[in-house]
Design a protein around this ligand. Structure first.
Ligand code: ADP
Ligand code: ZN
Length: 288
């Protein structure tokens, strides 16, 4: 019999909650803006209280504490969204529902969705990168979501700058890290326009491709993935893909062998549904 599972994609801007089955098929969903924890969590309960879910997969914005041995496991830790700082997100849900949970990052559930049902089907090692309001990285190694002491934060790697590019970047922590010069807000600060308002031939996309290619090089050399999958709003600029592949080829300079680049650096297959699909699929892994 099919199980009924819950999934939450908790973003800094909006929450998506869904119920569905262990194959990640969504049966009902709701979307609402992220406001205060109290108000937002009440909306989460109002949705799931209508169903008898057997497990819940949560992919949260962060940074979050994913170390089960830590006193603050399940908390959102250092977010710039101050109302959520040190909020015991998992604890609130556990108090309300006595079911198994998966607690991980929003990026990780999207990576897991692409691994099981999207562009990563059949691959063991998947590097997933989202380029949206921030840059987030999730890595699946031999079918398991990778974490060390904490989850990867590969969006904040430092960049070698394009000659003549003196844009200071917008990351409040590092200035011109990858997120600081390539996420949506950086594109906007650099050009004065939102990414989707720019033409596909705008100069800024060449820089964007170069920085994303550098990131692909770093991830390739560090993790040796089978595939690099890009999602997020900025990657809707499909002209970026051939440009990234060309820059990546130049940067790598034949140092290590990589698969055919058209199959190696690719766009998400599940589109905006990667995260919510992945949260349901993750919930399926903890079914009793
Ligand atoms: P989030 O990261 O908040 O989950 P998105 O992945 O949709 O959400 O990313 C939002 C960012 O992506 C914004 O900075 C927005 O301007 C930018 N963006 C959205 N759509 C596009 C597009 N088609 N082209 C370029 N940038 C876009
Ligand atoms: Zn940074």
């Amino acid at each position: 019999m099919a199980h009924l599972l819950g999934g939450i994609e908790a973003g800094g801007t909006k929450f998506v909650c869904a119920v569905g089955d262990e194959d990640g098929n969504v049966q009902a969903r709701i979307k609402f803006p992220t406001t205060t924890p109290e108000e937002t969590i009440a909306q989460v309960f109002a949705f799931f209280d209508q169903y008898q879910i057997e497990a819940l997969g949560i992919g949260s914005f962060g940074p979050i504490d994913i170390n089960p041995d830590s006193a603050t496991y399940g908390y959102i830790t250092d977010t710039p969204k101050l109302a959520w700082k040190n909020y015991n997100f998992l604890g609130a849900l556990r108090d309300h529902y006595q079911i198994p949970f998966v607690w991980t990052t929003d990026v990780n559930v999207a990576a897991y969705g692409e691994y099981k049902k999207g562009a990563g089907i059949g691959k063991k090692n998947i590097l997933y990168v989202t380029v949206g309001t921030g840059v987030g990285v999730g890595y699946i190694s031999h079918g398991e979501l990778y974490s060390g002491r904490s989850h990867p934060e590969g969006g904040h790697i430092l960049m070698h700058r394009v000659e003549g590019d003196d844009f200071a970047g917008v990351c409040p922590y590092h200035g011109d890290c990858l997120e600081g010069i390539a996420a949506g807000p950086a594109v906007e600060k650099r050009t004065g326009k939102k990414g989707y308002e720019l033409t596909p031939t705008d100069d800024c996309w060449q820089k964007e491709a170069y920085y994303l290619a550098q990131a692909c090089m770093t991830y390739t050399l560090t993790f040796s993935p089978d595939i690099i999958i890009f999602g997020g709003g900025v990657m809707k600029q499909s002209q970026l893909f051939p440009m990234i592949r060309t820059e990546f080829l130049k940067l790598m300079n034949d140092y290590v062998r990589v698969p055919d680049l058209d199959q190696y650096i690719v766009h998400v297959a599940l589109g905006d549904d990667a995260g919510i699909t992945g949260s349901l699929l993750a919930a399926a892994t903890v079914l009793a």
